[in-house]
Design a protein around this ligand. Structure first.
Ligand code: FES
Length: 173
């Protein structure tokens, strides 16, 4: 009598599955990605995209925004009440505008319109900042939007009089 042929132990998890032991034929489609694997790749890809998006959002919120260093702008007596004064802040490439609204009050803003970046100017007759590109208008003392397409107020620049000079202290985008 001969010994029975060797069969792999079906309880051995490292051996081939039982069905494959009984049906030991390969098919061309066997190497293709199964639906379950595809779903797993999809989930992993989505998770990676979500993590990347969160990372970028966090970086945007946490990055240091250049608010500018305190620097002198102009002598106080060179600025007439009601007349705008142009300067650059926080860098030489950032147009800014200052207005002495009364003998004691001064406001300053970035001159870039918050819609698409055109330059705003002061309309004394209307008592407002005006952007001629798309007729955007901003309130004189706060820079808040009065009308037009802009949705955000003008970037504010904090100013202070030190001695006889007007200083810019920092900007708030
Ligand atoms: S750029 Fe100022 S209103 Fe459009």
């Amino acid at each position: 009598m001969t010994d029975p042929p060797d069969r792999p132990n079906p309880l051995d998890v490292h051996s081939e599955p039982l069905w494959k032991q009984d049906f030991p034929y390969d098919s061309a489609g066997e190497e293709e990605v199964t639906r379950r694997e595809f779903a797993r790749y999809l989930a992993l890809g989505s998770a990676a995209l979500a993590a990347g998006t969160l990372g970028i959002a966090a970086w945007t919120q946490l990055r240091t925004i250049n608010t500018g260093e305190p620097q002198p702008i102009v002598a106080l007596d060179e600025v007439t009440v009601g007349e705008p004064y142009l300067f650059s802040y926080p860098t030489g490439n950032d147009p800014a505008i200052l207005l002495r609204t009364s003998v004691t009050d001064i406001v300053a803003f970035s001159q870039k319109c918050t819609h698409l970046g055109c330059v705003v100017y002061f309309q004394a007759a209307e008592d407002r900042w005006h952007c001629p590109c798309h007729e955007g208008n901003f309130e004189t003392t706060t820079g808040n939007v009065l009308s037009g397409p802009p949705t955000r107020p003008l970037g504010r620049i904090d100013v202070e009089v030190r001695g006889d000079t007007i200083w810019a202290l920092g900007s708030r985008p």
